[in-house]
Ligand binder design. Sequence first.
Ligand SMILES: [Zn+2]
Length: 90
Amino acid sequence: MAYRPTVVNVDKAGSNDKDGLYEYVVHLEDGTMCRVFYNRYPEWKLTHISRLLKTPCPICRKDYICNCFEKFKGELDAQLRDGRIEQLLA
Ligand SMILES: [Zn+2]
């Protein structure tokens, strides 16, 4: 069964406005939380993603660091760009 993350909430976790660096904690529908990093310049780009180790990985079931979410960067980026980042910055 293919896993597909669904973003239900986003918290702004940190920012450096001068350099255009932003950090968010993303809450997924299945309870997984990920930390994502964006660089705003020259354009919004998701630069890094890491799963918070609060719950086992929904993909590989490991409860320690894995790289599964690397391949969902594009998917999560698309969902986060759906107006949510601008809302958080407003
Ligand atoms: Zn994993």
